[in-house]
Ligand binder design. Structure first.
Ligand code: HEC
Length: 119
């Protein structure tokens, strides 16, 4: 009987956790409550590939900024305001509008975890 209450509790947690998601399909696991470290390879690369390299890729990159490798993404986070541009309401990257809060959280945590490359 007690078990049933746990199931209901966790069901409630899942529903409340998903009820305010946006229309975008998540590209990475949500932040692990246990504090999993965020890595470029596992979490960040997909976000950049899907949202940035159409303009910051191989051919005539916008603002001369290429975001194809770990080093490029890390360096531009440190020196070219990549993370603050992604979080900017007035001048966001991508220009079409900010990504979901979930993805922005991943990028923030990637920085806070120390720009880890691989697991
Ligand atoms: C539709 C094209 C387009 C997309 C997609 C795009 N950008 Fe940009 N980006 C630009 C243009 C144009 C500029 C230069 C003008 C400006 O700074 O607003 C720029 C500038 C930047 C700058 C400032 C570079 C500097 O040194 O001044 C950063 C950082 C940046 N983009 C990061 C990103 C990131 C990260 C993404 C993906 C989340 C992204 N951009 C997606 C077009 C794009």
């Amino acid at each position: 009987m007690k078990k049933a209450y746990y199931y209901i509790f966790f069901l409630g947690l899942i529903i409340s956790a998903t009820s305010c998601t946006t229309f975008e399909i998540p590209e990475a696991e949500p932040l692990d409550p246990l504090g999993r470290k965020i890595t470029y390879q596992e979490d960040i690369k997909t976000i950049i590939d899907n949202n940035c390299i159409s303009c910051h890729g191989v051919s005539s990159p916008q603002a001369g900024l290429t975001l194809l490798t770990y080093e490029q993404v890390k360096e531009s986070s440190k020196t070219r305001g990549l993370i603050s541009r992604m979080n900017s309401s007035s001048n966001p990257m991508p220009p079409s509008g900010k990504l979901s809060q979930e993805k922005l959280n991943l990028i923030d945590k990637w920085k806070n975890d120390g720009y880890i490359k691989n697991k």
